[in-house]
Write a protein that binds this ligand. Structure first.
Ligand SMILES: Nc1ncnc2c1ncn2[C@@H]1O[C@H](COP(=O)(O)OP(=O)(O)OP(=O)(O)O)[C@@H](O)[C@H]1O
Length: 252
C-alpha cells in the first residue's frame, strides 16, 4: 500500500472576495506523480502553491481548511516556512536560474543549510545535476553563468537546484510549457527517472504529457476538484461528464 505524504482537507482559498479553491480534499501518495489538469483559471496553480505555502507571498489571500504534510498541518504554528520549502520544492513555468554560475545555483540552498565543505558541495552539485539529466550539458561550464544556457538546460538546472536540498516533494507548475518539444521530452524523461524517489505534482495543459508521466490525475474546474483517480482511468473511463468533455476537447 502506498503511503500518504500530503493531504488537503476542505481547503478553501480566497483572493480578496474571489473564492479560487472551494473545499479541496486530495491525498497524494509518496513516490507518485500527480498531474493537475483543467481549463485556465480553474485553480490548479493556486492549489499547487498551497502545498508549500507559496500563496503566503500574495497579499490579500485567505486560506481555510488544512494541508497535512507528514501528519502535521503546514498552516500550524510549528511550521518553519524556509524548512517547508526545502522539503517541498518548486519549479516554475519560466526557467528562473539565479543570475550566478551553474555551480552557485546549486550550492545556494546548501550554503543556507550551513554546508561549506568544498568536497561535499562538489559532490552534491555533481549528483544533483546528474539526477536532473543536465550534467553532460554543463560539466565543462559549471562556473559560467546559468543564464547562458538554453531554456531547457536552465529548467533542468532549476530542477537540480531543488534536488540539491533533498526535498520530499517537488511541485512543478507547467515546467515545459515555455520549452521546445525536444527539451520538454528531456524534462519528462528526467521526471520519470526521479519518480519513486520523490513525490511530484505537476500542473500541465498538455494531456499527452499528463498521460505519459503521471500515476494519478486530478481534474479541476472553477475551483472544485471534479475527479481524481489513476491517470489511466481519468483518460479512458472518466466518471464525470465534465472530465470527459474536458479531455476530449469539448471545452477549455
Ligand atoms: N495573485 C492572484 N491574485 C488574484 N487572483 C488570482 C491570483 N492568482 C490567481 N488568481 C485567480 O484565481 C483563479 C485561479 O487561478 P489559477 O492561476 O490558480 O488557475 P490555473 O488553473 O492555474 O490557470 P492557468 O492554467 O491559466 O495557469 C483565477 O480566477 C485567477 O484569476
Amino acid at each position: 500500500m502506498a503511503e500518504t505524504i500530503i493531504s488537503t482537507k476542505d481547503l478553501h482559498l480566497y483572493y480578496g472576495q474571489n473564492e479560487a479553491l472551494k473545499g479541496i480534499n486530495l491525498t497524494l501518495n509518496e513516490g507518485e506523480i500527480t498531474a493537475l489538469i483543467g481549463p485556465s483559471g480553474c485553480g490548479k496553480s493556486t492549489f499547487l502553491r498551497c502545498l508549500n505555502r507559496m500563496n503566503d507571498l500574495i497579499p490579500n489571500v485567505t486560506t481555510t481548511g488544512s494541508v497535512l504534510y507528514k501528519e502535521q498541518d503546514i498552516f500550524g504554528p510549528k511550521t518553519d516556512i524556509v524548512d517547508l520549502r526545502k522539503e517541498i520544492g518548486m519549479v516554475f513555468q519560466q526557467p528562473n536560474p539565479f543570475p550566478f554560475s551553474v555551480y552557485e545555483n546549486i550550492t545556494y540552498g546548501l550554503k543556507l543549510k550551513g554546508i561549506k565543505d568544498k568536497e561535499q558541495l562538489d559532490q552534491i552539485v555533481e549528483e544533483s545535476l546528474k539526477a536532473a539529466s543536465v550534467w553532460d550539458d554543463v560539466k565543462d561550464k559549471l562556473h559560467a553563468s546559468a543564464l547562458n544556457l538554453s531554456g531547457g538546460q536552465q529548467q533542468r538546472v532549476c530542477i537540480a537546484r531543488v534536488l540539491a536540498v533533498d526535498p520530499a516533494i517537488i511541485l512543478l507548475d507547467e515546467p515545459t510549457s515555455a520549452l521546445d518539444p525536444v527539451s520538454s521530452g528531456k524534462i519528462e524523461n528526467t521526471l520519470l527517472e526521479l519518480k519513486g524517489k520523490y513525490t511530484m505534482v505537476i500542473v500541465t495543459h498538455n494531456m499527452s504529457q499528463a498521460s505519459r508521466i503521471s500515476d494519478k490525475t486530478a481534474f479541476f474546474l472553477n475551483g472544485d476538484l471534479i475527479e481524481f483517480n489513476k491517470t489511466k482511468n481519468i483518460f479512458l473511463e472518466p466518471q464525470e461528464k465534465q472530465t470527459d468533455d474536458y479531455i476530449s476537447g469539448r471545452f477549455g
